[in-house]
Design a protein around this ligand. Structure first.
Ligand SMILES: Cc1cc2nc3c(=O)[nH]c(=O)nc-3n(C[C@H](O)[C@H](O)[C@H](O)COP(=O)(O)OP(=O)(O)OC[C@H]3O[C@@H](n4cnc5c(N)ncnc54)[C@H](O)[C@@H]3O)c2cc1C
Length: 332
């Protein structure tokens, strides 16, 4: 995409934070453009098409703790977009899952169906990789690597914070010292994930998932039993943060070998592994968070930072941060 575009609010990032912000701002009558460097919306809520099936390869489910997000979830349930998948997971021991305080929701067509649903009536420019942002009175100018330029009155940045800071640095923007200090303390844990295509079946406890944070393979989930891949057995696997760091630079072929060995005890008789596709998420989950839902930059045209690092390291946190960013722009 090239050319120059004008809008009231430019939102960088079509993950759940950016889409929730856009939703709220459009409802308030603002002209909003959302840009994302990917060809799709959803960010870390991604469902991948593999061998004729669908597998959630980023976020696996979401929870609801706050009534503001709960109202959206109630609508999505009523519309038949999502379902309650479980109230807890086995850790692989003989103990029953710990009683859960929160329902875990998944989407019938994979978790990316939620951002796709939110994106329906929004103006979204995909495959637009913003490279620099600079103040340009009365707002901001954001320029993509394609040369596309976006002139806006207010800017919301929702990529993982180190990426947002890089856009400002490229535009030679100096943040107020307190803002810079607060933003540079935000950290993320990486996560290596895999989609495993099986010819056969995998033996996992109800409802077809295993969560054991202290084990190198911290999450294993059967997308067929989850319902997102009815015809093909696709298994989503996550490596825990410590092992993701340790294995980050290992060649895929070695990771595939390790994952094959880890999965073997769970495979039913005669099941074979066709293919294992590895994905590396450098900024999977925020580990040091900003204490507020957003940060409104001081001393600059309206610039709001949002995303899961500003509210909670999960889908709900990102969604609430997006809503809060919109409110900041609207001035309430
Ligand atoms: C492997 C994994 C498993 C997870 N499991 C769960 C789970 O089970 N439950 C849960 O609640 N949460 C889970 N999470 C966390 C959850 O996915 C995130 O908290 C949430 O999706 C973050 O949303 P966001 O909008 O803040 O950021 P993102 O989804 O990361 O969106 C940011 C967007 O910005 C775009 N972008 C970045 N740079 C640029 C640029 N220069 N120009 C244009 N666009 C740009 C990116 O492409 C991306 O789409 C998981 C995350 C991962 C990676």
């Amino acid at each position: 995409m090239s050319g120059t575009f004008s809008c009231d609010v430019l939102i960088v990032g079509a993950g759940i934070a950016g889409l929730m912000a856009a939703h709220r701002l459009e409802a308030a009558g603002k002209i909003v453009v959302v840009v994302d460097r990917e060809e799709r919306v959803g960010g870390r809520m991604i469902t991948e098409h593999v061998a004729g099936g669908w597998a959630d390869t980023g976020a696996q489910f979401f929870t609801v703790r706050d009534p503001e997000f709960g109202r959206f979830v109630a609508e999505w349930l009523a519309e038949g977009l999502i379902f309650e998948w479980s109230t807890g997971w086995s850790d692989g021991s003989l103990l029953p899952p710990a009683p859960a305080a929160h329902s875990r929701y998944a989407a019938y067509e994979g978790l990316t169906a939620v951002p796709r649903h939110l994106a329906q009536n929004l103006t979204i420019h995909k495959a637009v990789n913003i490279e620099t942002v600079t103040p340009a009175a009365p707002g901001w100018l954001a320029v993509a690597d394609s040369g596309a330029a976006y002139q806006c009155q207010a800017l919301i940045l929702t990529p993982p914070v180190p990426l947002s800071l890089a856009l400002l640095a490229a535009g030679q923007v100096t943040l107020a010292a307190d803002d810079q200090a607060a933003l540079t303390t935000i950290t993320y844990a990486p996560c290596i994930t895999a989609v495993c295509h099986l010819d056969g079946a995998i033996n996992l406890p109800e409802p077809g998932a295993l969560q054991r944070p202290d084990h190198p393979i911290s999450w294993i989930a059967d997308n067929q039993r989850k319902g997102t891949s009815p015809r093909v057995c696709l298994v989503s696997v996550h490596v825990n943060p410590a092992y993701s760091r340790l294995w980050w630079l290992s060649p895929d072929v070695e990771l595939v070998g390790a994952l094959r060995r880890e999965l073997q005890p769970f495979l039913t008789a005669n099941t074979t592994i066709h293919e294992i596709i590895i994905h590396r998420w450098p900024h999977a989950l925020p580990t040091t968070l900003y204490p507020e839902r957003t940060l409104l930059a001081a001393g600059l045209p309206p610039l709001v930072f949002a995303g899961d690092a500003f509210s909670g390291p999960r889908v709900e946190g990102a969604a609430l941060s997006g809503l809060a960013a919109a409110k900041k722009i609207l001035g309430y």
